[in-house]
Design a binder for this molecule. Structure first.
Ligand code: NAP
Ligand code: G4F
Length: 327
């Protein structure tokens, strides 16, 4: 039985990856932070088989203890402060967790693996946010990185540290450069879930309007359940490498609003949407669209859920949730 350690198990991807690995017969360990983490109940309900260990990416000794307890064959570093907007106001802690936290885990894993650095396989959750002010369309593994937020800068540091540990120590360390991926488990602070939840509430008469920021940005949105499969596939390869994971399609926030509102029978959504300076960013990433060709040819990975299916799945889940809350 293979053993896997997931940091960020309480997050969207952590839950999907935990389910996938358990379905494949893995013994799953999850790192959980904080003394009374409110998301623990969700993890225990969704992943009752997972063994949870308390620690923090900013605390190297807790990572050493966690690795000694979990004795993993595979380490998935999904833990991060992941909300881009938050990272301007909290750049220091974002650097510590999202950037240096990845280094802390790489170093703890290298020491844990001892004489055979490649014996423990390592996955780093890199991000299309690293492309920032994009230097090429579509973005691929070789595209120059130009991050536009403290979060993006921290991810670039973690990305290059992962490559550096592979090249310096021969670690089996791979980076997945994942484009935006969403699901009914997405945090409500992200634009997809903010919109699908508001659409559900507006259609049920529970809310009048939703305030948003820039409606013209474009994102390459996929389904998180598809994307965690790519993470696992990367660690099953003989040689570690970096891969762009994307759908190859891009849509604006306006198109997202079209699909989400249309699903509840509303075509004139403009009267339900206001624009608010508070949700504008100091520097925007205007256009993301990935080229997933390398993942398709080397990993055999392709996304199954398309943009419309994704948005409709999220609206349906939010309708169910809002109806049950109203009962
Ligand atoms: P998420 O839902 O925000 O989950 C982030 C996870 O990191 C949570 O479990 C969180 O724990 C944990 N965490 C935060 N601070 C930590 C710390 N100091 N020590 C240990 N764990 C900590 O993010 P996600 O959407 O699942 O994304 C997973 C990873 O992929 C993240 O690294 C993200 O930056 C990256 N990524 C995401 C996307 C995307 O579109 N979703 C795209 C590219 C890359 P708490 O629950 O305790 O806060
Ligand atoms: O949903 P978002 O907050 O996601 P963002 O910034 O693209 O970051 C997500 O994807 C990255 C991968 O590229 C991950 F690495 C990162 O961890 C995270 O998961 O914003 C998407 C777009 C932005 O252009 C933003 O300006 O939506 C725009 N937007 C417009 N109004 C809004 C809003 N975003 C949010 N969160 N809230 C709004 O009201």
């Amino acid at each position: 039985m293979k053993r896997a350690l997931i940091t960020g198990i309480t997050g969207q991807d952590g839950l999907y990856l935990g389910e996938l690995l358990i379905s494949k017969g893995y013994e799953v360990y999850g790192l959980v932070r904080g003394q009374n983490n409110p998301k623990l109940d969700v993890v225990r309900r969704v992943l009752p088989e997972a063994k949870l260990i308390f620690g923090d990416l900013t605390d190297p000794s807790s990572l050493t203890r966690t690795l000694n307890e979990a004795r993993p064959d595979e380490v998935y570093n999904l833990g991060a402060i992941s909300f881009v907007a938050y990272s301007w106001e909290n750049a220091g802690i974002t650097s510590d967790v999202t950037g240096k936290g990845a280094f802390n885990l790489l170093e703890a894993t290298r020491l844990y693996a001892g004489d055979n650095p490649a014996s423990v396989r390592f996955y780093q959750a890199s991000s299309s946010e690293m492309f920032g002010k994009v230097q090429e369309v579509p973005q691929r593994e070789s595209t120059l990185l130009w991050p536009r937020s403290p979060y993006g800068v921290a991810k670039v540091f973690a990305h290059y540290m992962t490559i550096n540990y592979r090249e310096s120590y021969g670690m089996h360390a791979s980076s997945g450069v994942l484009f935006n991926h969403e699901s009914p488990r997405r945090g409500p602070e992200f634009v997809t879930r903010k919109i699908t939840r508001a659409v559900a509430r507006i259609s049920l008469g529970l809310q009048e309007t939703v305030a948003l920021g820039n409606l013209d940005a474009s994102r390459d949105w996929g389904f998180a359940g598809d994307y965690v499969e790519a993470m696992w596939l990367m660690l099953q390869q003989d040689v570690a490498d970096d891969y762009v994971i994307a759908t190859g399609e891009t849509h604006t926030i306006r198109e997202l609003l079209d699909v989400a509102f249309a699903h509840v029978g509303i075509t004139d959504w403009q009267k339900y949407v206001t624009q608010d300076e508070r949700f504008m960013r100091p520097a925007e990433v205007d256009l993301l669209i990935g080229d997933p060709e390398k993942a398709r040819s080397a990993l055999g990975w392709t996304p199954r859920v398309d943009f419309k299916q994704l948005v409709e799945m999220m609206v349906d889940a939010d309708l169910d949730e809002q109806r049950s809350l109203a009962r």
